[in-house]
Design a binder for this molecule. Sequence first.
Ligand SMILES: [Zn+2]
Length: 238
Amino acid sequence: MQVNLLKTVVSSIAGQQASPIVDLLHDKKNVNEFLIAKKLKLTINQTRNILYKLGDEGIVSFTRKKDRKKGGWYIYFWTLNTGKGLIKFRDHLLGSLDGMKAQLNKRKTEKFFHCPNCQIESNEENALQYQYTCPECGEVMQLKDKGKEVENLEKEIAKLEGILAGVNQEIEVISKKEESVKQRKIRAEARKKSKERALKKKKKEREMKKGKKKVKKAKKKSFTASSFKSKLKKFLRR
Ligand SMILES: [Zn+2]
């Protein structure tokens, strides 16, 4: 997975200071959290906070071990997730984008009023209820210029959509890889089964041959026994 995309994902979840975690965990497994804290120059609690946030989004997962030296405290070992973790993150991203688009739409279509003294904001319905005066100070409320807010929202949405495109691409790469691994396994399994069938067939054939030989031998034996009997009879008749 691309390190840069992961860094964008990580900092969008846990803030800019969290992005070096990607360098520490990339291509590794079960990294000790104390090592992560030391490398990030953060306290263990700050480090855990970041890792829990990433864990909630499925970006990292942990195993833990009891540390007998530290009186039975748990030490957590962290691993970056791709695949399933990324799918979970995509769901989260889609949810945020939906919310932001709804907000943008509201900002664009509805009127908002604010008090220049208290910065209280209200929608048109509430403003009308107070006859366009501030419920705190009585100042006349002013129509809010939403240009800046709309611009910021649009910027944020564009940024998230960029991340989403990268995440989608990565998920596709991963699922293709998983699919080819699966197909390879299926083919190997089929080869193994046909080999087993061939072996069984050979064994059966061998057993049948042996069986025939036995019958022949038995016939031979019974023949010699009966010839012996007749010889004996002849001998006794003498
Ligand atoms: Zn006011």
